[in-house]
Design a protein around this ligand. Sequence first.
Ligand code: CUA
Length: 302
Amino acid sequence: MAWRVDALYFFLIALSVFFSLLIAGLIVYYAVKYRRRTPDAVGAPIHGSIALEVAWTGIPLMIVMGIFVWGASVFFAMARPPDETLDIYVVGKQWMWKVQHLDGQREIDELHVPVGRAVKLIMTSEDVIHDFFVPAFRVKADVLPGRYTSVWFQPTVPGRYHLFCAEYCGTKHSGMVGQIVVMEPSEYQTWLSGGSPEGSLASTGAKLFADLACNTCHRPDAQGRGPVLEGLFGKTVTLQSGETVTVDEAYVRESILTPSAKVAAGFQPIMPTFQGLVTEEQLLALVEYVKSLKGLPLVQAR
Ligand code: CUA
């Protein structure tokens, strides 16, 4: 994305320089050319010029509309990740970046990614607002407590890149820095296979799902008191109010912490809240577990 952002940015700079010089130059030139030559000179009366007015309205209008369309296209490209992404979870905390890979690896203030793959980060904060900023990738997004934000990027050159927190978040804000390590795919595989004793994030979530006894109500056979979760992620569900909601990370998270907020139609609001019982990282594991339940739903998800 960097060259697209830069192209737009340098175009804006060049445009500003061009008009600044043009206007300043004309001011000086006309001041000299039309200066008062005798003490009693009187200026010539000027009447409007439709052609001139249309030109100085129309040309800037086209230029700014061009900038708008160009900027919007870059914005959409940044806001919409490709279908196939390598998903990685990030939790900001005073004052560190905690990274959770789907394979189970965790790291702090470092993020290892393979070169050439589109990477999507799903981010949240467990305390205050932080901001994930990788200048080399032209990537920056607020990381907010209580919700998920995401950014994506596709690294093109192996190396190490600065990661900063770009939102003042307390005493050690300036020290909340890290590194993005972009590796060759083979090196990355080696790094990944360095392994996590705890297994994949989804399996951690599965264990938690059982430990918290979620599975007593959310059963795969549609006999449970809660909705069947198999195959649910990404689907649209109808709520009691008749509204619909897409099952994404935010909805799963909300349903764990505030179950009564959006109850699926046909179910009683009997689920207790798990607020305070699960950490942000455990929530991510649960979300990932629900995501992983794609296979073979016995009944169609509601
Ligand atoms: Cu976190 Cu500034």
